[in-house]
Design a protein around this ligand. Structure first.
Ligand code: DX5
Ligand code: ZN
Length: 232
């Protein structure tokens, strides 16, 4: 099977209506989302709190694409089984979340999920090199994790390009997360990311009652990413 490097737009529900996640997910999927990105924060690894496995489990029946769960928590290992049971397809842990990321990635795969490795902006992507054979995805944070609506850190583009070289022909997705909008997505895709997470840039202007803008946003993001990928 050839590696799927087509552009995948992954709306982050951090920018959705927290009282209506089920309908929000169904709306963005109907409007063209490829994956659903779910941000779990613990108020310790990052200075913000969201939700845990019961919420992810409640969301599961509403997701028909790929449920991509981004853990911004420390420790990770005690919760891996709970997220597997909650139905995560991809479970991503931060390299910075503990001393034993190698073991964590093994445990994620051992629990039957795809394993993702996330890197904070202050971490050189070369730190992922010894771990790439344990990864299905590497998430390069293009903001400091914790909040939606921040500006993309431009120096991460060079990191994505270097990671693309390190991955070579391995079947590993490059995900970019944070500050991705119509203006920045082209540069991120051209650098080599294929899974583009976008919160504010997808949910801006729409609602479950009026989901048309979700579709317009997703199509505009995809068009800009695809055009840049072809030009690169
Ligand atoms: C940030 C989260 C992101 C966030 C992106 O810590 O991991 O997934 O929702 O939000 P935007 O697209 O608004 O930067
Ligand atoms: Zn995220």
């Amino acid at each position: 099977m050839p590696v799927d490097r087509s552009i995948k737009i992954a709306p982050s529900i951090l920018a959705a209506d927290f009282a209506d996640f089920g309908r929000e997910v169904r709306s963005v999927e109907a409007e063209g989302a490829d994956w659903i990105h779910v941000d779990v924060m613990d108020g310790h690894f990052v200075p913000n709190l969201t939700f845990g496995p019961p919420m992810v489990k409640a969301l599961r029946p509403h997701v028909t694409t790929v449920m991509d769960v981004h853990l911004m928590i420390s420790p990770v290992d005690p919760y891996i089984e709970a997220f597997a049971e909650a139905g995560a397809d991809v479970l991503t842990a931060h390299l910075e979340a503990g001393p034993h990321i190698h073991r964590t990635l093994q445990a994620i795969r051992g629990a039957g999920m795809k394993a993702g490795l996330a890197l904070n902006p202050g971490t050189p992507v070369e730190a992922a090199a010894p771990l790439l054979d344990l990864c299905d995805l590497v998430c390069v944070m293009t903001v400091n994790p914790g909040f939606g609506g921040q500006s993309l850190i431009e120096s991460q583009l060079a990191q994505i390009a270097r990671l693309r070289g390190l991955i070579g022909d391995r079947d590993v997705h490059i995900e970019a997360d944070g500050g991705i909008d119509r203006e920045t997505i082209g540069r991120v895709a051209a650098a080599g990311a294929d899974v583009l997470v976008a919160g504010s840039a997808v949910f801006r202007g729409g609602s479950v009652e009026h989901p048309g803008p979700y579709g317009e946003n997703i199509r505009a993001l995809r068009a800009a990413a695809t055009a840049a990928g072809k030009a690169a």
